[in-house]
Design a protein around this ligand. Sequence first.
Ligand SMILES: Nc1nc2c(ncn2[C@@H]2O[C@H](COP(=O)(O)OP(=O)(O)OP(=O)(O)O)[C@@H](O)[C@H]2O)c(=O)[nH]1
Length: 907
Amino acid sequence: MTDEQNPNPRAPSFDAGSSHDGQPETYFSEGQPPVRPNYMTVGAGSTSQSASRLMDMLDHDSGYGASISDAQSTSRGWVPGPTEDRPTPSGTPVLGEGGNSEHDRRLLASHIHQLYYNQNKTSLGRAITRTVDSLKRLQDMNASWPAHYPQVQKSESISQSPRHEPRPSLQHSATTFEQSDTSSPPARPGPRRADTNLRDRDEAESSSSAAQNAGPEPRLVTPELSKDFSILKIDLKMGALSQTELVHSLEKTSIASLLDGQISKSIRHLYSLRERIEDTSSKVLVTGDLNAGKSTFCNALLRRKVLPEDQQPCTAIFCEVLDVRENGGVEEVHAVPMGVVYNRNNESTYHVFNLEDLEKIVVDNERYSMCKIYVKDIRSVDESLLNNGVVDIALIDAPGLNNDSLKTTAVFARQEEIDVVVFVVSAANHFTLSAKEFIFNAAREKAYIFMVVNGFDNIRDKQRCKEMVLKQVHHLSPATFKESSELVHFVSSNAIPVATGPVAGGEPGSPVPKDKGKEKEQMRDFDDLEQSLRRFVLEKRARSKLAPAKTYLTNVLSDLLSLATVNRDVAASELERVTKSLESLEPELDSSRKANNEAGDSADQAIEGTAAECYQFTRETLNHTISEIGTADLGVEYPGLLSAYQFADDIKDAMLASVTAAVSGCEQRARQRTVEGVNMIKQLGLLHIGQEFSNFNFRSEQMFTKRKDALARYVDFEIDATDFFDISSLWERQEKLLGGSMAVTVAGVVGGRLIGGVSWVDGALGVARVVGVKNIRHMIIPGLIATVVLAASYAISSIPSSLPRRLSTKLAAQLAEIDYTHSNATRVSAEVRRALKFPADNLRVGLRRSVEKLQSKKDETAKLKAETEGARKYFVGLLKESNDIRTGVERVDLEGPAPGVAGSYDF
Ligand SMILES: Nc1nc2c(ncn2[C@@H]2O[C@H](COP(=O)(O)OP(=O)(O)OP(=O)(O)O)[C@@H](O)[C@H]2O)c(=O)[nH]1
């Protein structure tokens, strides 16, 4: 077809033509929009579902892995228009008018497979990027809002969540034959291949599911949480407690930090998976019993005698056959000495030999551990196994299995980069013990083993040989047996013509044709084997490179969904709780503020009221006591004139004691009132603050015990002679007795003065002024005598009654002078105020604190609410995001047609 005929010359398009088997063609372009490239279906049937899907993909795939950084395209994928210019993989067949040959058809199938592969690779790469982003955001969120780790898998809650499907069970190690775990629901089956001759999903384990049997990988949450936490197990091996108990006994933040570590591990694992899916190389390990014909088989695959063959065991080291292009186009052997890690770019890590020297190296196993053989593939790109335009394959010829090499080879086979294990067994000898052991163990890792029963030409009863070998395969690797038509081949490797060594000019010699007639059947068998192997390698490559990424993504996204679901629900209920708590905090805070003010006021009033009342009481009591003290019965008997001074002293003491007692009584009463006040404040505290407020004791006996109190109470005065005689009453008395006689008056005055100690001259002058000097002369003597007698007798007789009065007056005057009443009343009330101030201050502080506490609780709750709201939104977003990514991952169909299988499709 020419470019003129093809609207898009670079896009694959196919003209009408007859199919290879001569069946009438069906043109896919029928009924399709004219802009669509003319893909066609080949074969008799109508367009198959698979073919439609393929064509659809061809419409939507660039043919190469697109950039995964395109954020916009991550969700929808790159959708080029059908007329858009896009590169076509080199070697993509353009079917000519003459119709497509078998060769072209296979090549086309390879490219279709490549398209599938690239699209899947791109989708998974994008999914990995998005998942890593999601995990990083989860880490951030987990740091600010510690995520909850689900305690038990709640089937109800999960079934309630949108699109939450039964999570695939975690398949530990590679117990590939134990798929019948009915307890865990199977993952949703992906779209099935239209036609598969490889397996029946319901009957046997598929290669894809077997490939998904990855070893323990860093999961976030185990699928069976109710049983255990296998991720955290490593960190939590403690005593007899189960993991679940341990995890649930941990602080929320500790769980969050363990989860953080788990997320980091997951991110690293995802990065390594991305590297792996970007890697194009695949390795095929060819192993088997000694002398089974492994080297001969490898040479037959290469159609070139590269590896030494011998009747006796000769391959002693691993020989990796690589395409010459990986060595800059130079055919040579790199022998890697024991204990050295090979690096092609570092010549010190290997010794260079010619291909012809290989025999010497492989036999000399003392010096070298392995050799890398770079050879030119003499076959065309579509036939080549090493480099078939789709994948770069390295063939590794292993030493024959014996006790020495069994372990090494087994370790080799388990390596991640080994995609396919080809086991060569001698048709004559069947499986030896070493072989059985190897296959049994390798089957656990790889599930499927490609079996080559070599030397079939030597067998006479071929049918019996096949039956016996298959019986053993059934026992050793049931999975392989289930697909034995594809995976078990009976061939004669030495019947395949091979080129012998390099020829001049760097081109190897042509294969030496063998007896065509005799070996035609053997050639056909080997061809079948090659096709199966190529299919297997290509299919395995998708499995080994993409399936782990898909499986891991599915698992990690399920974990994310679980975490997101649980945390969304937790955040929602937390939000509800926090909102309610905030709503109840508002009025609580208001009433606390109000109570604070009210209680403060009440305490103030209690202080002021009690203090004022105590002041008033003290004042009144003391005033009353002082005013009444002169007439009060002080209980002091008058002992007679001779003890008059003692009498006065006793009266004074009694009076002072009475006053002091009155003060003490006031103080005692003030104590009681203070206790009442303290109790009242306590009640307020208990009411508004709580029990913690009553944590103090008030000791009222401590009141009024200071020195200043004692001083304030103290009072004293001096008794003098005049206190014994009441002149004023004496005067009143003489008036009554003498009827106002001048003599008495004089006597009174004079006597009074005399008694008072006034000089007689003063008295005389005073009398002279009153009665005149003339009269004085006549009456002075008798008057004086009468007065003195009268006065003396009266004064003496009135001492018991007048002395207390005189003393009380004197005391009152003394007390008034020192402001005794007021100062004591002030002192008492001040002490009351001081005593009440402490609990009142406590009350105020407590109330303020409780308001502040409530305020900060409210602030914290408001903050928590905002955080929880953010977390809820985040987890709702995470749920959606995880679902989106998972949907994309589920769409990745690793069951797409392998090239070989595509060859048997109806197009
Ligand atoms: N008749 C017959 N002989 C074969 C076949 N394949 C290999 N041989 C012969 O078997 C012998 C051993 O072949 P190798 O390829 O060296 O066997 P090997 O498994 O690589 O041997 P080691 O690596 O040394 O264990 C050689 O003489 C081959 O010619 C076959 O299909 N039929």
